[in-house]
Ligand binder design. Structure first.
Ligand code: C2E
Ligand code: MG
Ligand code: MG
Length: 573
């Protein structure tokens, strides 16, 4: 054990008001008193002895006083100089704390105070490096962060006035879904592996940074031509498309890119370029997976349009501008209508009928989907009950739930109340959710789905195949039905990949005992293909486009009158 340092004298001197603030003053006082000991001893000796005359005593004392003063002066002067290293170290530390200026302390001395200077200096340099690293680099990948990325580009600008720069923002597709599907450590390792592969695609002068969870930014400033940027984007996408092997798991990902090619002009423009690339990335993701998109000024216009739409969506429900269309689902074995899907429309005062693809994401983002979704559910259940009361065959009504709605803690209670209010039996309601909505919080999703099933409601996984649902989770979700996404059905006859996926989804649904519905059937050939594969239900323009309640009522009545109980619209059947 180390002996306890004795700070008594130091602390005692600190209590004296005129010594409190200055270490130098403390040393000076001690030195002053110390150098006066011989003089005081001499004085006491002269006062207590009668051996010398008063005159001799005064003379000796005066000489001693003079000698003491000269000695004290010399001692204090020298000590002051010896204290300089301590004062310098203290000032250097203070300076770093105040202004983050790094010290310039000598390092050649090897005694205690020399080591104090050298070590303080080294500690500050190391600390500064660490602070710089923490504030400028991403901890997980070791890549620069957004700030350093901007700094680098600003430096490029200072060396070359207004250079042409390509900024690419790369986003891993459906990263949120993946985050939830994979274990956190595996996800982190994957992000690291992704950034390493991206590094391999870089040229010496490219700047790379990690912006967020699944997003990287790349800047190329040396002669970026449209062609070279397209090549880089394709290289990045193909490099990342190769499977990753992480802790024994084979993981496949795709990436989309937003690109802007522009001049770096004013101080804000690095941020502006990033914003443009980000906007382009949004557009790319809108087109599906694995796309790249260049920024164009029209995107800003689209953003303005979106803002305008967002504004006018506020209050649309109260102004009775929303209406529900219905699209029949047909039993592919017998040709009867088994259900209708409720699909919302917005009758905009100037824009006409607005597609849900345009306004649902807006309502989802600003939370308005919650009251809107509740209204759709109530309207659809009430309509289904009306059809039953009109003597039409009892059908399921299928209602889409958005992710935000699915997260509502009162969802199950809300559904129960609407069923009670509209007097619809739970068996005639089907709720459609997407894989990504379920992946946000798997445990909670399982609980909510189970509670909905307990109410007696059926559950369908919508747009199946486009999300990121591992088989493992699929087995845990108590759903009744999978709906094959329209994108696969669309080119099931022309694209062998789509056909393989469609076949696999049908086989999967069958092995899990789930009903399988195909969305977006438009042609007889598609229908034949799906029937041959044993698909249970179908929905699409081939049978009927979504239409208002009156049109669908007529259609259902017509179908009742037809001999085979199959609907008139399905005469092609
Ligand atoms: P979804 O739930 O997958 O609905 C199917 C979409 O495919 C509908 O588009 C439907 O009109 C369209 N469709 C059906 N058959 C065909 C076909 O043969 N060919 C083509 N090209 N399209 C077909 P819609 O009505 O525009 O809705 C788009 C999406 O908007 C829906 O996809 C759903 O995700 C969302 N949505 C619609 N209504 C609601 C709603 O009430 N609530 C929520 N949360 N989302 C809704
Ligand atoms: Mg749907
Ligand atoms: Mg769908």
């Amino acid at each position: 054990m180390q002996p306890k340092p004795n700070l008594n004298l130091y602390s005692f001197l600190g209590h004296l008001p005129w010594l409190k603030k200055s270490y130098t003053a403390k040393i000076m006082v001690v030195a002053f008193l110390g150098t006066h000991v011989p003089l005081l001893t001499l004085m006491v000796w002269f006062l207590t002895s009668n051996a010398y005359s008063v005159e001799t005593s005064i003379r000796v004392l005066l000489i001693a006083l003079l000698a003491t003063l000269v000695g004290t002066g010399a001692t204090l002067y020298t000590l002051r100089h010896l204290l300089v290293p301590v004062i310098l170290t203290s000032e250097a530390l203070q300076n770093y704390l105040d202004t983050r200026t790094l010290p310039n302390l000598p390092t050649e001395f090897t005694d205690e105070v020399g080591t104090l200077m050298a070590n303080s200096s080294q500690t500050l340099y190391k600390l500064d490096e660490l602070i710089h690293y923490i504030t400028h680099y991403d901890e997980l990948t070791g890549l620069p962060n957004r700030d350093l990325f901007c700094d680098h580009l600003n430096q490029t600008r200072s060396q070359n006035h207004s250079p042409l720069v390509a900024v690419l923002v790369l986003g891993i597709d459906d990263f949120t879904g993946m985050r939830h599907a994979l274990e956190p450590e595996i996800c982190d390792l994957l992000i690291r592996a992704v950034s390493q592969r991206v590094v391999q695609c870089m040229d010496g002068s490219d700047v790379l940074a990690r912006l967020g969870d699944g997003e990287l930014a790349i800047a190329r400033s040396e002669l970026p031509s449209l062609e070279s940027v397209v090549k880089l984007s394709q290289l990045l996408q193909s490099t990342l498309a190769k499977p990753f092997s992480i802790n024994g798991n084979q993981i496949h990902i795709t990436a989309s890119l937003g690109i802007t090619l522009n001049h770096l002009e004013n101080t804000n423009s690095v941020e502006k370029l990033l914003q443009q690339a980000d906007l382009a990335l949004h557009q790319a993701k809108h087109q599906g997976r694995s796309h790249y998109q260049f920024y164009s000024p029209e995107m800003n216009v689209q953003l303005q349009e979106r803002l305008a739409l967002e504004n006018s969506l506020r209050g649309a429900l109260e102004r009775n501008e929303l209406l529900v269309y219905y699209q029949p689902l047909i039993d592919l074995h017998g040709g009867r209508v088994t259900a209708t899907e409720a699909l919302v429309r917005w009758q905009h005062s100037t824009e006409g009928l607005v597609s849900p693809v345009k306004f649902i994401p807006i309502a989802e983002a600003n939370g308005e989907i919650v009251p809107i979704g509740e209204w759709i559910l109530r309207t659809a259940c009430a309509q289904n009950r009306r059809w039953q009361l009109a003597g039409l065959p009892a059908l399921r009504i299928s209602v889409n739930l958005s992710a935000r709605q699915f997260e509502q803690t009162n969802l199950v209670e809300m559904v129960r109340q609407i069923l009670a209010q509209t007097e619809l039996e739970a068996a005639y309601l089907e709720l459609e959710v997407t894989e990504s909505a379920l992946m946000t919080d798997i445990e909670r999703s399982v609980t909510t789905l189970t509670q909905l099933r307990e109410l007696g409601v059926s559950l369908a996984l919508d747009d199946f195949g486009t999300g990121y649902c591992s088989l493992n989770y699929l087995q845990r979700f108590p759903v009744n039905m999978l709906k094959i996404d329209r994108s696969f059905v669309k080119d099931v006859l022309s694209n062998p990949n789509s056909a393989t996926i469609t076949d696999a989804i049908i086989a999967l649904a069958k092995s899990l005992g789930l009903t399988i519905t195909a969305e977006g059937i438009e042609t007889k050939e598609q229908l034949d293909y799906l029937q041959a594969r044993g698909c249970d239900e179908g929905q699409g323009f081939y049978f009927s486009r979504p239409a208002n309640a009156d049109t669908i009522t007529k259609l259902l009545k017509d179908s009742l009158q037809s001999d085979a109980a199959s609907i008139a619209l399905a005469t092609h059947f």
